[in-house]
Design a protein around this ligand. Structure first.
Ligand SMILES: Cc1cc2nc3c(=O)[nH]c(=O)nc-3n(C[C@H](O)[C@H](O)[C@H](O)COP(=O)(O)O)c2cc1C
Length: 220
């Protein structure tokens, strides 16, 4: 238990700062700084199905939970270098459905591999050798090797920017139902260590959970 009390402040190694002038930088440089600073990011391994019925699986680390009534999550899909939408966005626009499969640390190789730009008609789940489980409420399959799945229907799309480099489409999904690995779920509680979340850092770096700390918010 910590002996910290209000007024104690905090002992920190931080001394000096360098300004990073975002407004004067190229989008690619801003991107590099942003993804190296906003860390760690959980990795949504998103499964979708095209209107032709082809499965798709791709990692998205601009990902978070937003609300619980309705329960919403968001991912952010930037366009490809040629300005075309990524398969995930195209499929979600066409079908209104997706599944967020959580990335555990044992999934790092398949997650990184599926970050490649596969051509149309390729199902990454098959390419990397993952097991598709049927979903209950939506068509895209769930990834059996992933410890938690959120079945989502499209809530809204929010375009940000002009469609050029650095712009994005925010995809907000409403969670219809979820599946948690039984071993990580006891008496209504989810064990963060069992979920072993993989996180994305800057560049090609990833993180794992490390120490798990406990502090309750006090009533003041
Ligand atoms: C760990 C990881 C996280 C990623 N996060 C994002 C992201 O948040 N947004 C994005 O547009 N692309 C992201 N990418 C890149 C996409 O995964 C990549 O462009 C992929 O080819 C898209 O596949 P799709 O066209 O099948 O959707 C990420 C890649 C990796 C490896």
């Amino acid at each position: 238990m910590s002996n910290w009390k209000p007024g104690d402040g905090v002992k920190s190694p931080v001394e000096n700062f360098k300004e990073i002038p975002f407004s004067q930088m190229e989008p690619a440089e801003r991107y590099r700084h942003l993804i190296s600073t906003v860390i760690p990011r959980p990795v949504a391994f998103v499964s979708t199905v095209s209107k032709e019925g082809v499965g798709n699986l791709a990692p998205y680390s601009f990902f978070n939970a937003l609300s619980s009534n309705p329960a919403c999550v968001m991912i952010s899909a930037s366009p490809l270098g040629n300005g075309e939408p990524k398969h995930t966005l195209r499929n979600i626009k066409d079908t209104g459905e997706f599944v967020v499969n959580f990335s555990a640390d044992w999934m790092i190789d398949v997650v990184a591999y599926c970050g490649a730009a596969f051509p149309d008609g390729v199902d990454e789940m098959e390419v990397v050798g993952l097991t598709g489980l049927p979903s209950l409420k939506v068509k895209p399959k769930r990834v059996k090797e992933s410890p938690a799945h959120l079945e989502c229907k499209l809530h809204s799309l929010i375009p940000i920017g002009d469609g050029g480099p650095g712009s994005t489409t925010l995809i907000i999904g409403e969670v219809l139902t979820a599946h948690i690995w039984s071993e990580a779920y006891t008496d209504g509680r989810i064990d963060p260590k069992k979920l072993s979340p993989l996180s994305r850092l800057g560049g090609a770096w990833y993180g794992t959970l490390g120490d798990v700390l406990f502090r309750q918010i006090p009533s003041v």
